[in-house]
Ligand binder design. Structure first.
Ligand code: 5AD
Ligand code: SF4
Length: 472
C-alpha cells in the first residue's frame, strides 16, 4: 500500500525539540552532567540509542560508562525474547539504589519493551524509581520529556499508539568513528507469527532517498567514516510504501556513487523480497561487500508456512544458489529459530539440511520464545524446554563445524581488509573485516586504521581469522 501522507516529523516539531535541548543545555552549563545509555537488542535499537545520545550531548550532557556517575540513565530496550525482558527488568530494579543516592538522577525507560501496555503498567506499579517511560514512535520528543522530568517529580509516560513517524534532522552521537549505521526505513509489515516487532515498531515507513543520501554524503565528507550499513527490518521492501516507489536496488546504486566511502553493507533481508535486480545491484556496485544476511528461521516448509514467512525451503535454497552464482565468494549469515510450536524432529532435520547446504559463515540461533499478542503464542503444541535445548545444541554443533570448515578453506587466500582498530586482546595486533564481513587480526599499527590492506590468511580461530599484511 502506497502512503500519500507525509510521515516525516514536521520541521516545526524538530524546532521545538531543539529549543528544549538549548534550554536544558543552559541549565546544565558548567555542571559537568553525564549520561549513560544502555542498549538492548538489535542494530535498530543501537541506531535509536545513537540518536538519544546525540540529543543528550546537545543538552549539555557528556557520555560516561560509569552508571554511578550518571545524571541521566537511559534503558533502550528490546522485547524480542522473554528471557531478555526479564534480565532488563532485573537490571532496572537495581537502579533503585542509585536513585536513593542521587535524588536528581533521571531514569528513562524506552524502546520496544515500553511499547507494550502490560510492561508500562508493570513499570508504573513496581518500578516507581523510573522518571520517564517513552516508546519507539516518539524518540524525537526525548528532549521535551527530559525537560518535563527535570521540572517535576512525577513519572512521565509518553507511549504513542500511532503507526510511527520518520524523524529527520536529529543529532546523532555515533559509537564508532569508522562504521556508521544509517536507517533507511522503520517498522515492519510482515507479521511473522512468532515476532513482536510489527506490534512495537509499527508499519513500514521508508525515509526519502534524498535524506538518506544527504546523511551518507555528510558522513563520507567527514573523512573518517569508511563503511555504512543501511538498516531496516526488511530493507528489501524499502520504498514500496512511497509514492515515487524508488526501490532498494536503486538506492544501493545511488549510495555506491558517494565518494569517500569504501564499503556498503545492508541488513536485514527478507528472502521473500530479494529481487533479481537486487542481486544485480550487489554484483555491480563495487563498494557493496559480498555478504548477505538472509534469515531463514526454519528449514521446514510446513513450519515456514506456520511462521507466515511466505517462502518454502526449496525457494530459499534456490535464492541462495542464485545469489552465489551472481556474486562469487558471497558469504551468507542467517537467523534460525528452534522449537517453534509443532516443530517435529523431521522439521528440525530440514533446518539442519539448509545449514549444511548453504554453509553459512555465521548464524544467530534462537530458542523460540512465546510472545504475548503474537499468533504463535496461541498455537497448541508448544515444544518442551528440554527438546528445544537439545535441538539448539545440535544446531550449534552443525553450525560451528561448518564455520570452521569455511574458515579453513580461506587459509592461504589474500583478502582485502578494512582496518578498524587495535585488537582488543593484543596491542600489537590490528583488527579489521574482509569484504565478506569476516574478522581478521594481523600485526600492524594504528596508522592503518581506516585503510584497506591486503592480508594473507594464515589461521582460523572460529570467530576470527589471523594473517599477515602482504601489500598496502
Ligand atoms: N523467539 C525466538 N526468536 C525470535 N526472533 C524473533 N522473534 C522471536 C521469538 N519469539 C528472532 C528471529 C529474528 C531475530 C531478530 O530474532 O530469528 O530474525
Ligand atoms: Fe519480525 Fe518477521 Fe518483521 Fe523480521 S520480518 S521483524 S522476524 S515480523
Amino acid at each position: 500500500m502506497k502512503r500519500d501522507k507525509d510521515v516525516k516529523v514536521s520541521e516545526k516539531e524538530i524546532e521545538i525539540q531543539k529549543t528544549y535541548m538549548e534550554q536544558i543545555r543552559g541549565l546544565n552549563a558548567l555542571q559537568n552532567k553525564k549520561f549513560v545509555v544502555n542498549t538492548f537488542g538489535c542494530q535498530m535499537s543501537e541506531s535509536d540509542s545513537e540518536k538519544i545520545a546525540g540529543m543528550l550531548v546537545e543538552m549539555g550532557y557528556s557520555q560516561t560508562e560509569e552508571v554511578d556517575q550518571a545524571d541521566v540513565i537511559v534503558f533502550n530496550t528490546c522485547c524480542v525474547r522473554e528471557h531478555a525482558e526479564e534480565k532488563i527488568l532485573s537490571r532496572l530494579g537495581q537502579l533503585k539504589a542509585y536513585k536513593q543516592n542521587n535524588r536528581d538522577l533521571i531514569i528513562a525507560f524506552g524502546g520496544c519493551m515500553a511499547q507494550q501496555l502490560h510492561v508500562v503498567e508493570k513499570i508504573k506499579k513496581s518500578y516507581r524509581h523510573v522518571d520517564i517511560i517513552f516508546g519507539t514512535h516518539n524518540i524525537h520528543r526525548f528532549p521535551e520529556l527530559i525537560y518535563c522530568a527535570l521540572s517535576s517529580n512525577k513519572m512521565i509516560t509518553e507511549v504513542l499508539d500511532i503507526d510511527g513517524v520518520v524523524p529527520e534532522g536529529l543529532p546523532v552521537s555515533r559509537k564508532d568513528g569508522l562504521k556508521a549505521w544509517v536507517n533507511i526505513m522503520y517498522g515492519c509489515n510482515n507479521f511473522c507469527t512468532y515476532c513482536i516487532v510489527p506490534y512495537v515498531r509499527g508499519r513500514e515507513r521508508s525515509r526519502e532517498p534524498q535524506d538518506i543520501v544527504r546523511e551518507i554524503q555528510l558522513l563520507a565528507s567527514q573523512g573518517c567514516y569508511k563503511e555504512i550499513t543501511l538498516l531496516g527490518q526488511n530493507v528489501n521492501s524499502y520504498g514500496l510504501d512511497r509514492k515515487d516507489g524508488r526501490a532498494f536496488p536503486e538506492l544501493l546504486r545511488e549510495v555506491n556513487k558517494i565518494d569517500g566511502l569504501e564499503r556498503i553493507r545492508f541488513m536485514t533481508s527478507h528472502p521473500k523480497d530479494f529481487s533479481d535486480d537486487l542481486i544485480k545491484a550487489i554484483s555491480e556496485c563495487e563498494k557493496v561487500g559480498e555478504h548477505v544476511h538472509l534469515p531463514f528461521q526454519s528449514g521446514s516448509t510446513r513450519i515456514l508456512k506456520e511462521m507466515n514467512r511466505k517462502y518454502t525451503k526449496e525457494q530459499y535454497l534456490e535464492l541462495a544458489e542464485k545469489i552465489r552464482n551472481a556474486v562469487p565468494g558471497v558469504s551468507f549469515t542467517s537467523d534460525i529459530i528452534v522449537g517453534f510450536p509443532g516443530e517435529t524432529e523431521e522439521d528440525f532435520e530440514d533446518t539442519l539440511d539448509v545449514v549444511r547446504k548453504v554453509r553459512f559463515d555465521l548464524v544467530y540461533t534462537f530458542i523460540y520464545s512465546k510472545r504475548t499478542g503474537t499468533p504463535a503464542a496461541e498455537m497448541q503444541e508448544q515444544i518442551d524446554d528440554k527438546t528445544k535445548k537439545d535441538r539448539f545444541d545440535r544446531l550449534l554443533e552443525t553450525v560451528y563445524s561448518i564455520v570452521q570448515e569455511n574458515n579453513e578453506a580461506m587459509i592461504g587466500k589474500v583478502e582485502e581488509v578494512l582496518v578498524e582498530s587495535v585488537s582488543k586482546n593484543n596491542d600489537e595486533m590490528m583488527t579489521g573485516r574482509t569484504r565478506t564481513n569476516k574478522i581478521v587480526n594481523f600485526a600492524g599499527d594504528k596508522s592503518l586504521i581506516g585503510k584497506l590492506v591486503d592480508v594473507r590468511i594464515q589461521s582460523q580461530h572460529m570467530w576470527y581469522l589471523a594473517g599477515e599484511i602482504v601489500a598496502n
